[in-house]
Design a protein around this ligand. Structure first.
Ligand SMILES: [Zn+2]
Length: 83
């Protein structure tokens, strides 16, 4: 994911993890039924939001990965939180 906006940060390639029954996250093509999408990053970061396993859900994951994980890595955060 992340082809639209993602900056290239070495070690931080985001992807949509597919959650199967039991809660295990699968990267790539899952062989079992996928129940939800969760944002993930190759560095080990996992998003908190659980999304429907649809293209909209994938967009939500991409947004969470970008807003919650990538922007803080770049030092970008809401202006009012700056001191
Ligand atoms: Zn990362």
């Amino acid at each position: 994911m992340g082809q639209r906006v993602a900056p290239r940060i070495p070690g931080h390639q985001g992807y949509v993890a597919q959650q199967i029954a039991g809660g295990r996250l699968v990267r790539g093509r899952a062989t079992e039924k996928v129940w939800s999408y969760v944002a993930a990053c190759e560095c080990g970061w996992i998003g908190k939001e659980v999304s429907f396993p649809t293209s909209d859900g994938a967009d939500t994951c991409e947004g969470e990965w970008y807003m919650v994980h990538v922007l803080p890595l770049l030092g970008v955060r809401p202006v009012k939180e700056r001191r």
